[in-house]
Design a protein around this ligand. Structure first.
Ligand code: NDP
Length: 394
């Protein structure tokens, strides 16, 4: 029987655990480990009949992770802790020759860089260890990368432009809260925007570019251009691409709060002195904000995330839209989690399932668009994230 080691016990982890249990013929025994074991026990209490062992681990320590992997004899490690832990967990996987998967690129706590450089640099080590590392297997990055690969495989000879369109039309009733880890979320949305055109990165001020997109089952929403990490790998892996951008919707209340917090320095990620103690403003803000994992019972509405691709097929122009709509309340009924955690956790489970089944295989580190999109797209339909394709007028 296989052993699946899941590291991290937050909002996304809860969904991964539920979905791995639903697919226990592939995942076998589950070991759920995190810094605070009480959070692992809380998730385990959702699923009293499942084979789940809980452990505590400091995932900033390579040695602790190695010991844990060896102790439990893990067949795969699913990293749903924070991006700060990506490198230590990858290094422990290299040392123990254990396949690895995560949902977000490595970040240094003191500097928001949003790049795969340090993870791609471990490709050789993964090859020498004879193991696969799957990077960014959430929704975006993750399912959006697979949508691009699917469009490339079945709909185009060449894709020229891609817009990734991410809408969360959920309402949690708070004036301000984030749907995943506040530190990671606010670093992302308060940074400069960036998109890629004709071989160059073009930088914008935060939220400088806005367009309205009519999201099926949601309606028209203001969508703001952000830099998002999947752009970096898609630019490398989708041949013939001339432009790629990423847009995300934000409500006015969220934007107003964010602007105020930024203006008074509360989004800072460098230490400041407060009454003789050093604090990081963003970390302090995190302690004040609602825990994203607690938003599940109060969130209503839908998410809709997709890609709009334009290019050429058989000499003719073509434009297609691939998207996925999910209802927050359905996610909560199934997994005790809101839709953003759900739509991240399900693709993490799917990536790991395809690796354990050998349907996705290889040695080295991979972004999702480098692999065959078909089995992933089939699993999305079966595992609660059914998608649609629309042929659009060019
Ligand atoms: P949470 O903050 O809810 O959970 C993070 C978990 O990691 C917590 O249980 C935390 O423990 C644990 N953790 C943090 N540091 C350590 C450490 N040093 N050792 C062990 N455990 C640790 O985050 P989310 O569940 O919202 O997000 C999880 C991941 O998913 C993040 O990397 C996020 O960026 C990514 N994500 C990806 C998306 C995508 O579509 N690709 C979308 C949304 C999120 P404790 O509570 O004790 O600190």
């Amino acid at each position: 029987m296989k052993t699946t080691l899941i590291i991290g016990a937050g909002g996304v982890s809860r969904v991964v655990v539920h979905k791995c249990v639903q697919n226990s013929d592939v995942f076998g025994r589950i070991v759920l480990a995190s810094r605070t074991i009480a959070k692992c026990d809380l998730i385990k209490s959702d699923l009293p009949d499942a084979d789940i062992e809980t452990r505590s681990v400091d995932a900033d320590s390579v040695d602790e992770i190695i010991k844990l992997i060896e102790d439990v004899d893990a067949d795969i490690v699913i990293n749903v802790a924070l991006p700060y832990q990506d490198l230590t967990i990858m290094d422990a996987c290299i040392a123990t020759k254990t396949p690895y998967l995560d949902t977000a690129n490595y970040e240094h706590p003191d500097e928001a860089k949003f790049e795969y450089k340090l993870q791609w640099a471990r490709d050789e080590k993964f090859k020498e260890a004879g193991i696969m590392g799957l990077l960014g297997s959430g929704f975006d990055p993750g399912a959006t990368n697979v949508f691009c690969a699917y469009a490339q495989k079945h709909y185009f000879d060449e894709i020229h432009t891609i817009d990734i369109l991410d809408c969360n039309a959920g309402d949690h009733g708070y004036a301000f809260a984030t749907n995943f880890n506040p530190e990671i979320n606010l670093r992302e949305v308060s940074s400069k925007g960036r998109y890629w055109e004709d071989g160059e990165w073009i930088e914008t001020e935060p939220m400088e570019i806005m367009q309205v997109w009519d999201y099926p089952e949601v309606g028209p929403k203001d969508s703001y251009l952000l830099y998002h990490e999947e752009l970096e790998s898609l630019v490398k892996n989708i041949k013939g691409l001339k432009r790629i951008r990423f847009f995300m919707t934000f409500g006015q209340s969220y934007l107003t709060h964010m602007k105020c917090l930024e203006n008074v320095g509360m989004l800072g990620i460098k230490e400041v002195e407060h009454k003789g103690t050093k604090i990081v403003p963003m970390e302090f803000l995190k302690t004040l904000l609602p825990d994203p994992a607690s938003l599940g019972p109060r969130t209503t509405g839908k998410t809709n995330i997709g890609i709009l691709a334009q290019g050429i097929k058989d000499g003719k122009k073509r434009k297609i839209y691939i998207y996925q709509v999910k209802d927050h309340e359905d996610c909560f009924a199934e997994t005790n989690s809101q839709g953003v955690s759900y739509s991240t956790g399900v693709p993490a489970m799917i990536g790991a399932k395809l690796m354990l089944q050998g349907k996705w295989s290889g040695v080295g580190v991979f972004n999702l668009e480098e692999l065959d999109p078909d089995p992933f797209m089939d699993e999305m339909n079966k595992q609660g994230l059914p998608w649609e394709i629309k042929e659009m007028e060019v």
